[in-house]
Design a protein around this ligand. Structure first.
Ligand code: ATP
Ligand code: MG
Length: 331
């Protein structure tokens, strides 16, 4: 499935992505260490409540490179928050592999889990009220995590807090309390708070869920800038499929598994103009399984089993019509 669109976002996105990769490479100590900053392989999370088992993640595979900005989309209940809670160290998986940087999230000791959450990870919640302390100004909110970490001088903290607020476009809000900010301004401050201690990865669970589309786009703009300027790897969960226009890689989760991906790449067309090409990919897991998009299944009324044919450069999938199967067997 290929769709092309000409948008002024193109050079912007490509340039930002390039800068993010550069910054990430600097942090990682070379291009060769960029691969697989976040790795999930056959990740399983089963919840047991009152004897009932819910399989929230059923063998999820995902690799995110250092410096990437990835959106995770999927229907309600598909396992997005479960995945993010595991990756941010709030929850422990039942089985499989979940690794972020050098941290194996299945076997973290309590001490290492604490250091993981304090030093490696930043988090932005959907509920604006959960991200900021109401009695502190925006500037003080950004200073607080640095103060708790006790690493910078008072003056250096203030300077960095101002710098971060400017970076996410809300420098003018520095002296206001959250109650005096719009939802979008609060979420952009929350992004500044989350990266105050220079985390390697930033997770955001529906950060634009309570915002309208235009305000949500501003928050995504802030995430893109942070990604480009600081080289932080960012994973954003959202309900909103239109988010694919805001990032270069969107991963869709269905029933606790990664089902498909959309990647946007800039190409120079025949007329010399740069255009943005979106391509949708199905995800093939380690054992060769893939999920057909629901629209394809419906269009050909595919059911139960399908016929596969290997062609020189592609694989054909056709309805496995039982009546004709029988005839061929008899022939
Ligand atoms: N603590 C829990 N105990 C039992 N079941 C849970 C728990 N957390 C999640 N689940 C179940 O796991 C599945 C995945 O939930 P999850 O919250 O990850 O979905 P989601 O994709 O984030 O949905 P939404 O878009 O509504 O936020 C759901 O069926 C949910 O009911
Ligand atoms: Mg959720």
């Amino acid at each position: 499935m290929t769709a092309t669109a000409q948008t002024p976002l193109v050079p912007d996105l490509a340039a930002l992505q390039q800068r993010a990769a550069q910054r990430a490479a600097e942090r990682a100590g070379g291009q060769d260490r960029l691969r697989g900053h976040i790795v999930c392989d056959g990740l399983v999370r089963i919840f047991k409540t009152e004897g009932v088992e819910v399989v929230a993640l059923q063998g999820l595979d995902l690799v995110i490179d250092r410096g990437e900005l990835v959106a995770i989309v999927g229907a309600s209940g598909s396992g997005k928050s479960t995945l993010l809670n595991i990756l941010s160290g709030l929850d422990t998986p039942t089985a499989g592999i979940a690794r972020v940087a050098d941290y194996d999230l299945l076997s973290l000791s309590a001490k290492r889990r604490l250091s993981y959450r304090r030093e490696l990870v930043g988090f932005v919640w959907q509920q604006t009220g959960r991200n900021l302390l109401p009695y502190l100004t925006a500037l003080e909110n950004v200073e607080l995590p640095m103060q708790l970490a006790g690493k910078r001088s008072r003056r250096a903290r203030r300077e960095r807090a101002r710098e971060l607020l400017d970076m996410v476009g809300v420098g003018y809000c520095a002296d206001r309390r959250p109650g005096q900010l719009s939802g979008g301004e609060q979420q952009r401050c929350a992004v500044a708070v989350a990266v105050a201690n220079d985390p390697e990865v930033l997770f955001a669970d529906e950060p634009t869920g309570e915002l309208d589309e235009a305000t949500g786009a501003e928050v995504f703009g802030a995430l893109r800038t942070i990604n480009a300027e600081l080289g932080v790897t960012i994973v954003v969960v959202t309900h909103d499929h239109a988010v694919a226009t805001q990032v270069r890689r969107t991963v869709a989760i269905r029933d606790g598994r990664t089902a498909s991906e959309v990647r946007r790449t800039a190409r120079v067309g025949a007329d010399g103009n740069t255009e943005l090409v979106s391509e949708e990919y199905a995800v093939l897991d380690r054992t060769g399984r893939m999920q057909l998009p629901a629209a394809f299944v419906d269009a050909l009324s595919l059911r139960d089993r399908v016929r596969l044919d290997l062609e020189p450069d592609h694989v054909q999938v056709r309805p496995g019509d039982r009546a004709s199967d029988g005839q061929e067997e008899r022939a």
